[in-house]
Design a protein around this ligand. Structure first.
Ligand code: SAJ
Length: 445
């Protein structure tokens, strides 16, 4: 039974572990296995990344270059663009992106490319695991046929499983070793072998009965967030209409010690998980004639928050007898969430585009993001980059409206309150004292 052969190699830590994709998921994973004594080989299509790793340089915030350098010098870790080396790996873990197409349909092209590379070198005795977030059925319906195409058979010759990634970049409390790992194989042997592998680096492995269950669990986790954030955003628009302070309402509800989990309104949702993952689930549901309305509704509410923010700015300027057209609007923060530099799917991009479409002179300050570029989805801004301006007193005084889009910790909100005439706070960044002592008109989401 190859399950026993693979488990033996794993338990003896003689298994060679290959990781395809050395991004914020793959690199920490490869480093964890290498640090536990396995030989880890990272496969990258980007030679610059592979070279950096082999020089002992990390380009991922959560991975120290010193750790990489030590493991590379001990020949425990190496990176390569030569996918021919996949044949040497006893376990291969796929950690590639799963974006959406412009039609909001799944784009599994990266998974297919990685699977083709594996298929060419697949040999008896290998354990293949997919970690990339994808719709239920991908492992069984897409990967398995590809891997069996050349005559090798599941369970007899190779094992195949899915295990969702749960990396939370920058999280000081949860790293790979203490985030429970869900594992689901296409067969029981696959589940058992994959659980044995992750059991070497993770304290808690949660085995489920199939790859589909594991794929669906991941999508539930992130759809849960998107739907609840959507509820918080709808509550914000409702409270605005009723003249009630949303944040005070949520703070009060959160005193309930059971049966409630606080989510907060914002300018919209960004990142490469929450805005995208639910569409993988709804796409698959539609293939089975099922309309997952919560996902669609959450998307509708969340994607309209930039429009709501622009309305707040317009209302605030109007009350000061100013038109949005010709007004200078200074965005504070453009990253998709606080204290990071990632602007992927950031609502700030849509807010800037909408403000520009109405004739506003838009600037931004973000200590983490020196420059932003717009894709062709942002019609008013396509092609022309925008650079972060220094947060000078002059900049603050000259703005007709300051909009807090990302509540970065390092911004001097006291000075913002002292020098701004109108502030739209979409993140509850200004506490009660700041609001009380400020002469600015402050509109909160
Ligand atoms: N957001 C809100 N209100 C909230 C929470 C988030 O508007 O109450 C916004 C954020 O500002 C951001 C977007 O939603 O624009 C997504 O925020 P997020 O906190 O979900 O952060 P992400 O996108 O980095 O999500 C990742 C996910 N991790 C993985 O998929 C492995 C998610 O499952 C985690 O729960 C999340 O990190 C986390 O908790 O940090």
């Amino acid at each position: 039974m190859i399950k026993d052969e693979i488990k033996h190699l794993i338990e003896a830590r003689r298994a060679c572990v290959g990781v395809i994709g050395l991004g914020y998921v793959g690199l920490p994973l490869a480093v964890e296995f290498a640090a536990k004594g396995f030989r880890a080989v990272g496969f990258e299509v980007d030679a610059k990344k592979a070279d950096a790793i082999n020089r002992g340089e990390s380009y991922i915030g959560d991975v120290e270059s010193e750790a990489v350098g030590k493991l590379v010098s001990e020949e425990r870790l190496r990176a390569t663009t030569d996918f021919g080396l996949l044949s040497e790996c006893d376990a291969i873990i796929i950690c590639v992106p799963t974006p959406l197409r412009k039609t909001k349909e799944p784009d599994i092209s990266y998974i297919l490319a990685a699977s083709e590379e594996i298929q060419k070198r697949l040999r008896r005795g290998q354990l293949i695991i997919l970690e990339s977030t994808t719709y239920p059925g991908t492992t069984n319906e897409v990967l398995l046929p590809m891997l069996e195409e050349r005559g090798l058979k599941l369970d007899e010759d190779f094992l195949l499983a899915f295990s969702p990634e749960r990396v939370d970049p920058g999280n000081p409390q949860y790293q790979t070793h203490n985030i429970p790992k869900v594992v689901g194989g296409c067969t029981d042997d696959s589940t058992e072998a994959a659980a044995a592998l992750y059991g070497q680096i993770v304290n808690d492995v949660h085995a489920v009965s199939s790859a589909r269950v594991a794929e669906a669990a991941k999508l539930l986790e992130n759809t849960f967030r998107a739907v609840n954030i959507g509820m918080a955003n709808e509550m914000a628009r409702l409270c605005y209409a009723l003249g009630i302070d949303t944040w005070e309402v949520i703070r009060a509800a959160a005193t309930k010690p059971f049966g409630f989990m606080a989510f907060y309104p914002g300018p919209g949702i960004g990142g490469h998980c929450i805005p995208l993952d639910p569409h993988y689930l709804s796409w698959k549901a539609r293939q089975h004639g099922f309309d997952s309305r919560f996902i669609g509704l959450a998307e509708e509410v969340n994607s309209r928050m930039p429009e709501h923010v622009v309305m707040l700015v317009t209302d605030g300027l109007n009350d000061a007898e100013k038109s949005l057209k010709g007004s200078r609007v200074l965005l504070l923060g453009v990253a998709y969430k606080k204290d990071i530099n990632d602007v992927r799917e950031s609502p700030a991009l849509s807010i800037i585009d909408r403000l520009r479409a109405k004739g506003a002179d838009v600037r931004y300050h973000d200590p983490f993001v020196p420059e932003i570029r717009f894709d062709d989805a942002h019609t008013e801004s396509a092609g022309e980059p925008l650079s972060s301006v220094p947060l000078t007193n002059e900049e603050l005084r000259a703005a007709d409206c300051a909009v807090i889009v990302t509540d970065h910790s390092g911004v001097d909100y006291k000075r913002v309150c002292a020098l701004s005439g109108l502030i739209v706070d979409t993140r509850n960044a200004l506490d009660r004292d700041l609001r009380r002592d400020s002469c600015a008109r402050i509109i909160r989401l």
